[in-house]
Ligand binder design. Sequence first.
Ligand code: SAH
Length: 472
Amino acid sequence: MKYFPAFFDLAAQPVLIVGAGEVALRKLALLEKCGARVTVVAPQVHAGIQARAAAGTLRLLTREFEPDDLERVRLAIVATSRRALNRWIAKLADRRGIPVNVVDDREASRFIVPAIVDRDPVTVAVCTAGTSPVLARRLRERLEAFFPQRFGELALWLADIRRQAVVKLRDTAARRRYFEDVIDGPAARRLIEGDRRGAERIAQQFLASTAQAPPPRGEVTLVGAGPGDPELLTLKALRALQDADVVLYDRLVSSAVLDMARRDALRICVGKAAHQPSTAQADIHALLIEHALAGRRVVRLKGGDPFVFGRGGEELQALAAAGIAFSVVPGITAAIGAAAYAGIPLTHRQHAHAVTFVTGHADEPGQEPNWAALVQPGQTVVFYMGLARIEHISRELQAHGAPASFPAALVAQATLPDQRVVNGTLATIASLAATAKLASPALLVIGEVTALSSQLGWFSNAALAAERHQIA
Ligand code: SAH
């Protein structure tokens, strides 16, 4: 991040604007709103600025800038029409440690002014680090539409009712829930519609019932995080993440997904990566129960879908035995995500009428899959956790009657920017995987449909493009 986002309290602070044209006027209007004590210096002055000076709201120096004008200034904005002059002034200001912005000259600026959505006291600022002013403007327009006009009033009202809530609800978690209910529910809606009395009545009733209610019971939501692309989260998963007090996540969960959780939620990694220490299943159960009993909203976040090779069932059984409330939010399992992003339709009228998800990992000897069933024609078979045993798997399938030329594909880091797809046959796929140095997590897909991926693959990215370029 190139720019540090911050909001500056400029009330009664001396601010200098050099230049007095239209742009200066716009900045001036904003600075006045913040209560800054503005001095404008310029030999020629826009009528609007003249008028403000006449009204006595600012100090106007109708002359050229002089270095001493920077004396005891908190912040400077330079907006003359002469680029070289602007840069010279900026340098002087910067040397004195005064944050300076040169209008339309990011390189000469120490700070830049964001596009804003003004719902005073709520301000939403958008910064694209100067990469695209048009993008910033578009984003601002969307945000304008998103925030009702009375959003600022809502904020002020929430500050008002806060005092009472602090007295009646001593527990901070209970208070946070109360405010979430007020903001998400009918009380805020009323206020936004202009019915302050109605809003107040609902909030009062709410407060009384929350204050009398027994301490909240914790609960666990088992959430499928999908295969990696954060945009594949369901709306319910997003909601659960944003409401969570605690998030227990597996290593497979991408950081982009984890970033969606509430900022101050406690995040606990409970491992589960091959060959690395991970939290034992019983310890995970104990943690879930402990946090839920403490009245927290716990999200148990698992890669893909929690009920597909995710031990979600076992965790729910432990919660049920402990009498803890739970719910499940399904996720897009890796096979579904990988198939879509690699262009492998799992079923196809000409090639596959059934699809099987199977684990390629045998915890104990004797837990081998039913190989004979997996080589039946007309189906697609997806092996989870199969990369480490890929040679064994392709050998067994051939030993049970599948032809060596049978199409197979590996999809690694599916749906993520570094997704890789390797196509081959049962005879070649293991060595192709080794040559390509594919890493976990990866899925092995067996079936005629895998051959379609060269035609139907659509998901490309910079890494892939570079790779292709190198090969070419
Ligand atoms: N519950 C998960 C599966 C957990 S088992 C789900 O529904 O997807 C872990 C295995 O899932 C990995 O060994 C790998 O085979 C597969 N997997 C998970 N994420 C993947 C991804 N982004 N790309 C490829 N395979 C993935």
